[in-house]
Design a protein around this ligand. Structure first.
Ligand SMILES: *[C@@H]1O[C@H](CO)[C@@H](O)[C@H](O)[C@H]1NC(C)=O
Ligand SMILES: *[C@@H]1O[C@H](CO)[C@@H](O)[C@H](O)[C@H]1NC(C)=O
Length: 511
């Protein structure tokens, strides 16, 4: 088989070093230091190479990557048929997860649909094996006297357990991210994930068993090592540094997203067509209490986790902002207005959006959208892809709709419009300023974006075309391409095209 040939490809180890370095994101789940390419199954090897290839900026390699992904996608079910036990093996689950991820964020319609519908397969395998639950298995811990063979074995055992744990967290996080992207129900509930948070990143990244042991003893002992997502959701607090705080933070936000999603669903039923039926009055009151509660939870997260992170984690910050933004806008309406449906749909949602732009909710939404741009601007190069690129697009869409609809109102009733009495500038993608609370409560001042990009001017939201340029520059800036043959990932390219179209559409609305 040709995948076998890959195994013997000369210099594979060094190729791997750089490929693995590229897939080391916050929620990575393949252990790098103990990775022995010549002892791995071909499927895992192949899909990792494919992942690396699609992360380059060379079109031919993207094609190769997607071709390998296609091969792995068809081989994996066969391996499961061959031996049922394979469905519980770490390598198989890792390969399947990488394959699904590659498909899901490929920007290719068919692949995305396949990956989305196959996501249930890995969930079922992990769920049946009890991987989302707190396992009663003891965690292998090094003892002071452990050396050589014994220590090595413990390290490898620990890696095995930790890899499963990280895979479970990765699955949870990516499920939530797909849910935010597609506005569909998350397939893992926040109350289901009861495993403890993964251990600190430096323990995970340790080069060898000795280093692992040293770091293990350096971490304060006696800390509570039984903390999980449910604990935080019940009683928000900080996360001890025994854990991987960035990964735990991301998982918590995805849990909060699950709650927000539920809230939005119920709210859609109760506030159907903008009216609350008599029998739903008490439910409507409950919902508004619940919403305040969700805002408090997000606030706790900001105070306890986001502001304590050193170094700060751009992924967590971006997700925090975008999740908060979703609480303040009816995103499905926004997408219809931007042309996801037909013209009739866009007309139908216009009145409620026109109402929305005058509210404090809308101003909160554009603030958090601006903050998404701010978080995106400090992403490490070439990392602003997959869900993070979609989030930037969603933020852009929110800013665009606010700008376009406010402008429509402004020209319809002059004198009374939000943009007519500007006093101070409120920089939405900058730091909080004293003008911000006034903007929130009274709608005064002029909301602007552009400060997150160096060398760029500030533009008011009333100029949606330039605002789209700022959003585009944010995406583009993360993928510096020099030569002509260098390209950005297909998904990012598609999103950039959508943003360009929005910019043009804004000009037509104005004209
Ligand atoms: C949940 O599973 C269904 C069916 O496989 C899929 O269509 C849907 O997109 C999934 N939801 C998420 C958030 O992945
Ligand atoms: C968004 O608004 C539409 C009505 O315009 C409503 O049907 C839908 O349920 C709302 N969605 C949410 C999540 O509130």
């Amino acid at each position: 088989m040709w995948l076998l040939a890959l195994k013997h490809f000369a210099g594979l180890r060094s190729v791997f070093g750089c490929l693995l370095a590229r897939i080391q994101q916050v929620d990575c789940f393949v252990h790098t230091a103990s990775f022995q390419p010549n002892q791995q199954e071909c499927e895992l090897l192949g899909i990792l190479i494919a992942t690396g290839a699609t992360k380059t900026n060379i079109k031919a390699l993207h094609k190769l990557g997607f071709a390998i992904q296609e091969a792995v996608r068809t081989i994996i079910p066969r391996r499961c048929e061959e031996a049922n036990a394979n469905t519980r093996k770490l390598w198989l689950l890792q390969s399947l997860m990488c394959e699904l991820q590659l498909g899901m964020w490929s920007g290719i319609k068919r692949k995305m649909e396949l990956a989305e519908s196959h996501s249930q397969v890995i969930l079922t395998m992990l769920r049946r094996a009890g991987r989302f639950q707190d396992s009663k298995r003891p965690v292998p811990e090094p003892l002071a006297q452990d050396t050589g063979e014994v220590l090595q074995r413990k390290w490898l055992d620990w890696i095995h357990q930790e890899s499963f744990k990280r895979l479970a967290f990765h699955t949870f996080i990516s499920d939530a991210q797909v849910s935010m992207t597609m506005l569909t129900n998350p397939n893992i509930s926040y109350s289901e994930l009861s495993i403890f948070f993964p251990a600190a990143r430096d323990l995970w990244m340790a080069e060898d068993a000795e280093q692992w042991k040293d770091l293990y003893f350096k971490r304060a002992t006696g800390q509570d090592r039984h903390l999980n997502l449910l604990d935080f959701l019940q009683q928000p607090g900080d996360i001890p540094d025994y854990y991987d705080t960035s990964l735990a933070g991301l998982a918590i936000l995805c849990g909060i997203w699950g709650m927000i999603w539920q809230h939005l669903q119920l709210s859609a039923v109760v506030h159907r067509q903008g009216e609350v039926a008599a029998k739903h009055q008490s439910m409507a009151a409950l919902l508004s209490l619940r919403r305040e509660d969700l805002m408090r939870t997000l606030m706790h997260f900001r105070v306890n986790i986001a502001s304590n992170q050193t170094p700060s984690c751009p992924e967590t910050e971006l997700v925090l902002e975008v999740v908060t933004m979703y609480l303040f806008v009816n995103f499905s309406d926004l997408q219809l207005f931007a042309g996801k449906g037909d013209l009739e749909d866009a007309r139908r949602v216009l009145p409620s959006l026109q109402q929305w732009v005058t509210t404090q909710d809308a101003r909160q939404a554009v603030w958090h959208a601006g903050q998404v741009l701010r978080a995106a601007a400090v992403f490490p190069p070439k990392q602003l892809d997959r869900f993070y690129a979609v989030a930037v697009y969603h933020a852009g869409l929110t800013l665009w709709a606010y700008g376009v609809i406010s402008q429509m109102r402004a020209s319809a009733d002059k004198g009374n419009a939000p943009f007519s009495t500007p006093c101070l500038q409120v920089c939405l993608d900058g730091v909080e300023s004293p003008a911000l609370p006034v903007f929130f409560t009274l709608g005064r001042h002029m909301p602007m974006v552009g400060s997150s990009r160096r060398g760029m001017d500030l533009f008011p939201l009333s100029d949606p075309q330039s605002v789209m340029d700022v959003v585009l520059a944010t995406l583009q800036g993360n993928f510096p391409t020099s030569a002509n043959e260098e390209v950005v990932p297909p998904l990012v390219e598609n999103l950039m095209q959508l943003l360009r179209d929005l910019g043009l559409a804004a000009r037509n609305v104005e004209g």
